[in-house]
Design a protein around this ligand. Structure first.
Ligand SMILES: CNc1ncnc2c1ncn2[C@@H]1O[C@H](COP(=O)(O)O)[C@@H](O)[C@H]1O
Length: 380
């Protein structure tokens, strides 16, 4: 579309440098390389140190990690680059990852290295989200979250990236579990208020009932959390209306809001009226069959109608993508000039769950980077 002038900028990571990742599921963001590494070393993992991780440096960070790429991921999967994973396949991909992350130590290493990989791509603000699990040798949901927070705290000291955590509610696990998760999130947030800032509602959209999900979101809001809620990834206008009426701070996906993709005129009108920022995850939605193609992704309509959206990866490990790659896909279907891309980055700050002071700081970095990028582009 004549945006070749942006390629050097994208290739040099400028967009991701000035970008934020607001929708990244922790386990879904584990690259194949990292997963293989954890699997291969699982028997040697212990709580006391890193000595079993030969390729890991003293901070628990994998050395020589390749950035994700569709090609790299597909080599590991033995799949073609255009392989589509249906939503069902996604759930089994997550289950396979969960089978590998069996100890607090493995979870810690996964957390640190997922952050390392985002930071290598020059992402400067990352909101990770994950669902607490008492599985395998992880003794409790509290210890699960503590391991993730420890990973975040340690990575925060090492990388130039600001980190936040959203605690995920898995709708498949039902109402009781969801209320308990909010309670647990409140306990951990009291200890780490700068890190644990939000609640994510996700999981298989075929499960759960919108009424209790709305009630859980109300409780989370009452506790002071910001909320990001996945809109159903199957056509379900009634549920989407219930979620829009509640008005979480952000919405995940949103492909089926528009009548062209299975929504209704009423739903689309409500979406336009509410103007809730949508976390657009292009590769994920195309790979899982939610959007037929990049061209048919809802982001194009959101852009045309000047509705707020943020470019995100969703599950960079499972879908073999990066934030820069997602921006490239956006630019293949939406015409944006330099200033508009910068504005997208600044919008992402505004829609983030960072504090006002942190937002100010991030905005300054972005403006500086874009000034440099602008100068660099003049040179090409
Ligand atoms: C494809 N789009 C999606 N839609 C809905 N839920 C998703 C998702 N991608 C990920 N998850 C949710 O995040 C979990 C993996 O990360 P954590 O184990 O929590 O770190 C998945 O099991 C699912 O519940």
């Amino acid at each position: 579309m004549g945006f070749d002038f942006l390629n050097p900028v994208l290739n040099r990571g400028f967009v991701s440098v000035s970008s934020k990742e607001l929708h990244a599921h922790l386990n879904g963001s584990i690259s194949n390389h990292l997963l293989e590494h954890i699997k291969a070393n699982s028997e040697n993992l212990n709580e006391s140190g890193n000595e079993a991780f030969l390729p890991v440096d003293c901070s628990g960070v994998l050395m020589n990690v390749n950035n994700h790429s569709v090609e790299a991921a597909n080599v590991c999967n033995g799949k073609q680059s255009d392989t589509r994973r249906s939503l069902k396949e996604c759930w089994s991909a997550f289950a396979k990852i969960h089978e590998v992350i069996t100890t607090p130590r493995a979870l810690y290493v996964a957390t640190v290295n997922v952050i390392a990989e985002f930071s290598k791509e020059n992402v400067i603000y990352l909101e990770l989200r994950t669902g607490p699990k008492k599985v395998h040798n992880i003794p409790s949901k509290l210890s699960y979250v503590e391991s993730v927070v420890k990973g975040i705290t340690d990575a925060q000291k090492r990388f130039p990236i600001l980190l936040k955590l959203l605690i995920s509610i898995d709708r498949k696990k039902g109402e009781k579990d969801a209320f308990e998760t909010v309670e647990l999130a409140a306990t951990v947030a009291a200890k780490y208020p700068e890190i644990v800032v939000g609640i994510d509602v996700s999981g298989d959209p075929q499960y759960g009932n919108s009424i209790w999900i709305v009630n859980v979101m109300k409780e989370a809001r009452r506790r002071g959390f910001k909320i990001s809620c996945h809109l159903p990834e199957i056509v379900n206008p009634d549920e989407a209306i219930a979620f829009l009426e509640f008005a979480p701070e952000r919405l995940g996906h949103g492909q089926f809001l528009h009548p062209m993709y299975g929504g209704t005129a009423e739903l689309w009108e409500l979406a336009k009226q509410k103007r809730i920022p949508v976390e657009a995850c292009i590769s994920s939605n195309v790979a899982s069959g939610m959007a037929v193609s990049v061209e048919d992704h809802i982001v194009k309509i959101l852009h045309q109608e000047s509705l707020p959206y943020i470019i995100c990866t969703d599950d960079s490990g499972v879908f073999g993508t990066t934030l820069s790659n997602e921006y490239r896909k956006l630019l293949s279907v939406v015409q944006l000039n330099f200033q508009q891309i910068q504005n997208l980055c600044l919008d992402a700050v505004a829609y983030s769950f960072a504090t006002e002071g942190e937002k100010e700081y991030l905005n300054k970095i972005i403006q500086t980077w874009w000034l440099e990028a602008d100068c660099a582009s003049q040179a090409f």
